[in-house]
Design a protein. Structure first.
Length: 269
């Protein structure tokens, strides 16, 4: 679109100067032919005269404009005007052919320029994409190497941790075995002490039973002894009036000897 617009502007700016230039040359040549009575010479289509030369982009096309007024072109003679119109028509046709050729050439140049720019952009885009691809590949390669290095380091740390755990578990297992042995020994001691306590309790219960039994027997014998002593005293009180009482030594000795016998019986039982 930009190339077509540029061509349209160039066509508009170039058609009028070319036509005016051709008109000027045609009228000037016609005047020369009329003064010299020479027939006008026409060039063949194979070798057209150079109508214009391409100027640089910095040179304005408006420099070739020529302005005419009504005095420059004679309008009195009808034949001359018809001949001038034929010359202008042939000149305009040739100018149109030259303009068509120029436009086609400019279109070809514009297309070539556009294709060249597109190829340049395509190459630049491909180069950029290739550089981005290489950069991404390098980044991926570096990331893989970093991951591998990190994985190797983690594996080493994990192996060291496993070794430490295994060594610690071995020491813990040894300590547990020793603790279990000590616990078993303590359990055996506690079991033995429980047996001893049970035996002591059994003996204590037996002793308490025997003590209670002996205490009961002793109480019974003491009661019988007290009853016997009281009964003997009563009998002595009744017979003291008929016979003389023994001396205190005899009484004490008799009572003491009887009491000794009773305590001996109790101990023997």
């Amino acid at each position: 679109m930009a190339a077509n617009n540029q061509i349209s502007r160039e066509m508009r700016s170039m058609v009028l100067p070319i036509v005016l230039n051709r008109t000027h040359h045609g009228t000037h040549g016609l005047a020369q032919q009329q003064t010299t009575n020479k027939p006008p010479t026409r060039r063949g289509p194979e070798s057209p005269p150079p109508l214009f030369q391409r100027r640089d982009s910095s040179t304005s096309l408006t420099d070739s404009h020529m302005y005419f007024n009504i005095d420059d072109i004679p309008l009195d003679d009808t034949a001359d005007n018809q001949f001038s119109l034929q010359a202008i028509s042939s000149t305009f046709s040739a100018s149109l052919d030259d303009l068509r050729t120029f436009i086609l050439q400019r279109i070809d140049d514009s297309q070539n320029d556009i294709l060249s720019r597109l190829n340049t952009l395509d190459r630049g885009h491909r180069d950029t994409m290739r550089q981005h691809g290489e950069t991404l590949q390098n980044l991926i390669h570096n990331a893989r190497q970093d991951n591998r290095t990190l994985g190797d380091v983690q594996i080493l740390h994990l192996n060291e941790f496993k070794k430490g755990v295994l060594a610690h578990s071995a020491s813990v297992s040894t300590d547990l075995l020793e603790v279990r042995k000590e616990v078993k020994a303590l359990d055996a001691k506690v079991t033995y002490l429980d047996g001893q306590v049970a035996a002591i309790r059994s003996e204590l219960f037996d002793f308490q039973a025997k003590f209670a039994e002996n205490y009961l027997n002793l109480s019974t014998q003491l009661g019988d002894l007290f009853d016997y002593i009281r009964g003997g005293d009563d009998k002595k009180g009744e017979g003291s009036s008929s016979r003389p009482q023994p001396p205190p030594d005899d009484q004490g000795g008799g009572s003491g000897g009887r009491t000794t016998v009773l305590w001996t019986d109790l101990v023997v039982e």
